[in-house]
Design a protein around this ligand. Structure first.
Ligand code: PS7
Ligand code: MN
Ligand code: MN
Ligand code: MN
Ligand code: MN
Ligand code: MN
Length: 354
């Protein structure tokens, strides 16, 4: 079916590679290393979802405009010439949407086995985002209430990405045909990344007027009336306990992630999947019991990240990396922390898996 060349000679695809570099620090290099068709397919999948997320994140777009824009986004993705020049000028990835017709044109050149997956996942994510955006608009703020609510939102924005990637890997023949049916494990891969991102970006998100930590943790479990109270010095200890509860909730997905990674056969797919997961575990360990999380984004150092990239090449070393960070977390945990016992158990499960 693939009569097309890989697209390196097309101006529109060149523009897509340019936007991949512009909009993603963490994924662009591992995407470009993917085997055969997959580099181009996953690049386009990324750009579709990046475009969608740019609309979701833009608070200068009114609910009346945003609702139909999100709900029809997957249709726009198959409309030749479609682009969107309405994002606020401060929106950092605005230019991608201004020139989105390049992405649309390249999507239309993909074999339908790939395009159908991309558009299906895009549409499901867009409907979920629209539900939450509308709720947030009515309440004046995005409010994730229960832990189930957090899991559902994370499923829409990250679990579905995992599901889509698994289906694309299967469709390419580079991974087993049943990988695309591993919905639970694929979802967990996305949730570990998304929950780590939410945990780490706490202060940045609050400053931007949104919060992804669920009320079940900061409100019900730890008695904060307003998330901003979490960065007052007199509340430092209780805030750290809330951070522990968030860490524990992210760690719930670690064993599934190891399980998924062990199913992969192709080296470039392995690296693409495993590197973000080991980075997430490193980030969880660095943030755990770290009061700086309430004041700024805590990021792993460049040298540490480079080491993880080199080591994340086989399932055994990835499991060892997970174990190292689980031990680091366990060692920092204190018995007076309400999550202490559950964190010990979660770390123990990672240890057992090795
Ligand atoms: C298609 C690679 C490998 C089975 C744009 C990769 C934003 C954490 O807050 O950029 O916008 O700054 O830091 C990625 C599963 C999705 C989940 C989700 C699509 C792993 C739109 C990543 C990326 C599944 C919704 C990026 C989920 O974080 O966010 C491709 C397997 C986009 C993956 C968003 C978050 C991704 C995210 P922010 P970031
Ligand atoms: Mn980002
Ligand atoms: Mn975003
Ligand atoms: Mn978003
Ligand atoms: Mn974030
Ligand atoms: Mn961000």
């Amino acid at each position: 079916e693939e009569l097309e060349t890989s697209g390196y000679d097309r101006q529109t695809m060149k523009r897509c590679w340019y936007f991949l570099d512009r909009t993603s620090r963490s994924f662009s290099s591992v995407i470009k290393e993917l085997d055969g068709d997959l580099a181009r397919v996953v690049c386009l999948f990324y750009l579709v979802l990046r475009g969608l997320d740019t609309i979701e994140d833009d608070m200068t777009i009114t609910d009346e405009v945003k609702q139909p824009l999100l709900r029809n986004f997957s249709k726009h993705c198959s409309t030749p010439g479609w682009s969107f020049a309405g994002n606020g000028p401060h929106e950092k990835d605005r230019q991608l949407l201004v020139e989105f017709d390049c992405v649309v044109q390249e999507l239309l050149l993909l074999p339908s086995s790939y395009r159908d997956v991309i558009l299906d996942i895009c549409d499901k994510m867009a409907q979920g985002m629209a539900d939450y955006a509308h709720q947030a608009y009515k309440a004046g703020t995005l409010g994730l209430g229960s832990m189930e609510d957090l899991d559902l939102y994370c499923h829409y924005v990250a679990g579905l990405v995992g599901e889509g990637l698994s289906r694309l890997f299967s469709a390419s023949g580079k991974e087993v045909p049943w990988l695309g049916d591993q919905l639970m494990l694929s979802n967990s891969m996305g949730l570990l990344l998304q929950k780590t991102n939410i945990l780490r970006d706490f202060r940045e998100d609050v400053n931007d007027g949104r919060l992804f930590w669920p009320r079940a943790i900061w409100g019900e479990q730890f008695g904060f009336a307003d998330p901003k109270e979490m960065y007052r010095p007199e509340n430092a200890k209780r805030a750290l306990w809330a951070l522990s509860a968030m860490t524990l909730d992210a760690l719930r997905h670690a064993v599934d992630s190891l399980e998924y990674i062990a199913l992969l056969k192709t080296q470039s797919v392995f690296n693409f999947c495993a590197i973000p997961q080991t980075m997430a575990m490193a980030t969880l360990a660095l943030c755990f019991m770290n009061p700086a999380v309430f004041h700024r984004n805590v990021k792993i150092r460049k040298a540490a990240a480079a080491k993880l990239i080199m080591r994340s090449t086989n399932p055994r070393d990835v499991a060892y990396i997970f174990r190292e960070y689980a031990r680091e977390i366990h060692a920092k945990a204190v018995p007076s922390d309400p999550s202490f016992l559950a964190i010990s158990v979660a770390c123990g499960k990672i240890e057992e898996w090795c």
